[in-house]
Design a protein around this ligand. Sequence first.
Ligand code: KG4
Ligand code: ZN
Length: 334
Amino acid sequence: MPVILGIESSCDETSASVCVDGEILSNVIANQTIHEAYGGVVPELASRVHQQNIVPAVQQALLNAKVNKNDIDAVAFTRGPGLLGSLLVGVSFAKAFALAKNLPLIDINHMQAHILAHFIGDHKPTFPFLCLTVSGGHTQIVLVKDHFDMEIIGQTLDDAAGEAMDKTSKILGLPYPGGPLIDKHARSGNPDAYKFPEPQIPGYNFSFSGVKTAILYFIRDNVAKNPNFIQENLSDICASVEKRIATILLNKLKRAAEEYGIKDIALAGGVSANTGLREGLTHLCAEKGWNCFIPKFEYCTDNAAMIAIAGYYKYLKGEFVGQDVAPLARMPFG
Ligand code: KG4
Ligand code: ZN
């Protein structure tokens, strides 16, 4: 019954989780509100807040799981990709804890962990499956052949889907992070009110910079004609933007699933919390007879439960790293 402590600190969430024999017993997430005033994550502030939050988050995770720190068998941590200063806090904590308790260390790739969040609970996909991983920094279609054998078959050539959501919300004057607010306003809007272009990118790759510019010009031109355009049409704008981003993502995913002949289709990453995208994928899978895997909300955005579950599978393989391990701002799948 391996007991794994998971640590996540790649961006602006400080999180700790305890996983016992493949079951998540706690998942504590400390969000950082300080960035709201700046309209985006300020890396230096993020690292400072991680330093304040990391020890209380771990203490709370142990308390919630009713696990004593002496019962932990291994420490899993996000090694990358992410903000280097933020990663450094989690990596340093994990190394110090492992050194003090003489425990093995397990390094985890954050993007792989988003996908492995699907192995929390009973409804697990079967290999090989396809996963659309959409976050603030990444947009990928991943062919998942095994827990740690993953191939990126398509990715964005410029902005990530979450970035497109966040930048649109900024143009609309909404506070950071904008994705959840676009989602909220979209619920009462008409998704067909405005049409934005669908980029024609070969293969399974994506591009969001053209859509972002089209949205920017559309809003600028309309505000020039009517200064209250945004306030009067916020819900319709959000619903139309959300629909376009979701259809760009789902059209590529659909093609990939058809061409690879894969029937288990998963969604992962922060943008998988988006209602329009979740409903769109559910609908697509029902229509095609595919098995749909959508994470619970708490496992969509950054969390340590996904790090702990990924750590559990690496623990079973006996894959550990030494005390000389360093964080990686950019980290390939391995
Ligand atoms: O995976 P994540 O928590 O952090 C990264 O690894 O980037 O993803 C954060 C992204 C942000 O761009 C945020 O706006 C977006 O996920 N997001 C959403 C929603 N919740 C979070 N986008 C649309 N709708 C949501 N409900
Ligand atoms: Zn993430």
